[in-house]
Design a protein. Structure first.
Length: 531
């Protein structure tokens, strides 16, 4: 309002607050706006990540050996164990920052963010101090291959330093979450990997290959990603900035309460997914860790892609919850499950059906015996990765206690079953994979859809039905790929690619025609046009 030639101060404040809200707030419209860009970016990043990791596994095995390669996987597994503490203190902050940004409450958003940032800095310092003591006593904790004691200790030290650097980097990436620019997050991950892999390639070319250079690559890559995260943070959310003097005890306690249940969930996740290598290391030996880690990497690549797609659900869920749109969220959840599971069914089917010729070409004929391990570790991911979008709904609704308890109980069951199968049968590491298949599928095929339906106050049947098409697609794809191996002698890369493309395209066309609804096909066309 203009009065007597002066601007009313209340209008000035209202305008400033409105500008701040517009700069920070996230909405469903913004989610839809970036849907195509984020989806294409996720697919491209998955292809990049898969191809580079695909190349690096045989590269590392060739230059370092199977046992040393197993130590790399084990070091990363221990990082996941350490994330238990960090998730307890900072893990739920994205939820609160995103939620209040969606409501336009800018001051509260600042307090949550600065509190998270400061806690992240303190944790980084503590982790670096801890890593020095931990690596000193590492030989008493894990079985290290003979002759690799010092390189393994330095590897663990450098990987922990990389992890410490990633904590403030994660805080800066909250802007990507708020603005739903997951394409930029993928770009940062690409920078990370380029610096990491370049370090390995250069070091292994000019000097003797060592686990030490593997650890150095992790550090350089994380530093590069941190610099990029800081740049995008100030570009995307110029009104949001860390304040080292701000620590809101109330906000910290609030996020920690949610974080405690996320920690319980994380413990269960570790028992499900990250304890395998440690069990094998202690009960079987370091060489078996290397064999198992090569196939585990394939599983983890698919989990990365599924996680990228599923994370897109969380900001949308927050926006829906902020506007009490449960019906829209329920529809989006069922659709996300159907599309996510269909998206991985075809590549999983091709990979399983062609597993023997694939392993022979990729790692060598001495690794083809791991074909059975592929069948134990990958097919169940149709269900266990397909339901991941539902996790974002529970997280956004701040309903994490019950899933946390269920995940912990399931993880403990998996741990006990894995140890039992390894100790009392001759299955070896196949027993560990079998335990994961049974325990994880029981949880995600039964509990997760039912609990999500309870949260959204809807019938659970649509969520169960969303998985069925992908199971049919996988079965048809795997049978088709396996049949090709019976007819043709597939050994070279061209024959593998041609077989994979032919089978994949045929099944994809059938899926598009018979299993996708008109709305799904319209969405698919929009994504292609916008990309």
């Amino acid at each position: 309002m203009i009065s007597g030639g002066c601007v009313d101060i209340s209008d000035k404040i209202d305008n400033e607050e409105k500008t701040a809200v517009e700069e920070t707030a996230v909405s469903r419209d913004e989610s839809r706006k970036h849907l195509a860009k984020n989806t294409i970016s996720n697919v491209l990043f998955f292809i990049f990540n898969f191809l580079t990791s695909f190349y690096m596994v045989p590269f590392q095995i060739k230059h370092l050996g199977v046992e040393a390669f197993g130590m790399i996987g084990l070091a990363n597994a221990f990082i996941s164990y350490s994330q238990i503490i960090t998730i307890a203190l900072t893990g739920s902050t994205y939820r609160f920052v995103g939620f209040y940004a969606a409501k336009g409450e800018n001051e509260i958003t600042h307090k949550y963010f600065s509190t998270m940032f400061n806690v992240s800095l303190w944790l980084s310092i503590l982790i670096i101090l801890f890593s020095g003591v931990f690596t000193r006593y590492l030989p008493n904790i894990v079985r290290i291959p003979v002759g690799l004691e010092n390189p393994t200790k330095i590897l663990f030290l450098l990987v922990y330093i990389s992890f410490a650097i990633s904590l403030p980097m994660s805080a800066y990436q909250v802007s990507v979450f708020i603005r739903q620019r997951f394409d930029l997050r993928n770009l940062l991950d690409v920078f990370n990997q380029i610096f990491r892999y370049s370090t390995w390639l250069i070091a292994f070319t000019i000097t003797i290959p060592s686990l030490i250079y593997i650890g150095a690559g992790y550090v350089f890559g994380t530093v590069a990603a941190l610099c990029g995260s800081i740049y995008f943070f100030y570009k995307l959310t110029p009104n949001l900035h860390p304040n080292l003097k701000v620590f809101d005890k109330t906000k910290f306690i609030e996020t920690t309460k949610t974080g405690i249940w996320m920690t319980i969930t994380q413990i269960g996740v570790i028992l499900y997914l990250s304890i395998d290598l440690y069990i094998i290391n202690l009960m079987i030996g370091p060489k078996s860790v290397g064999f198992y880690n090569s196939i585990l990497g394939l599983s983890m690549q698919l989990r990365v892609f599924s996680g990228l797609m599923s994370n897109m659900m969380t900001p949308y869920a927050l926006a829906c919850l902020a506007q009490n749109d449960y019906e829209g969220l329920a529809h989006a959840g069922a659709r996300a499950v159907r599309l996510a599971s269909l998206g991985i069914a075809i590549p999983l089917g091709v990979l399983c059906g062609l597993s023997k010729p694939f392993l022979g070409w990729w790692l060598g004929s001495e690794f083809t015996f791991l074909s059975s391990l592929i069948w134990l570790m990958l097919p169940h991911l149709i269900i266990n990765l397909g339901v991941q979008p539902l996790f974002g709904i529970s997280y956004a609704a701040n309903k994490v206690m019950v899933p946390g308890i269920a995940t912990l109980i399931g993880g403990l069951f998996k741990l006990g079953l894995a140890i039992t199968l390894v100790k009392y049968t001759s299955l070896g590491f196949y027993g560990v994979a079998l335990a994961g298949l049974i325990s994880l599928t029981l949880k995600n095929a039964i509990f997760t859809p039912i609990y999500t339906a309870i949260v959204l106050k809807i019938p659970s049947l649509p969520l169960f039905m969303a998985i069925i098409p992908s199971a049919l697609v996988f079965t048809l794809t795997a049978l088709g790929a396996w049949s090709v191996t019976l007819i043709f002698n597939i050994r070279s890369l061209p024959s593998l690619l041609l077989s994979s493309l032919f089978i994949g395209l045929c099944i994809a066309l059938l899926t598009h025609k018979l299993l996708l609804s008109s709305d799904d096909r319209d969405l698919f066309l929009k994504i292609i046009k916008r990309s």
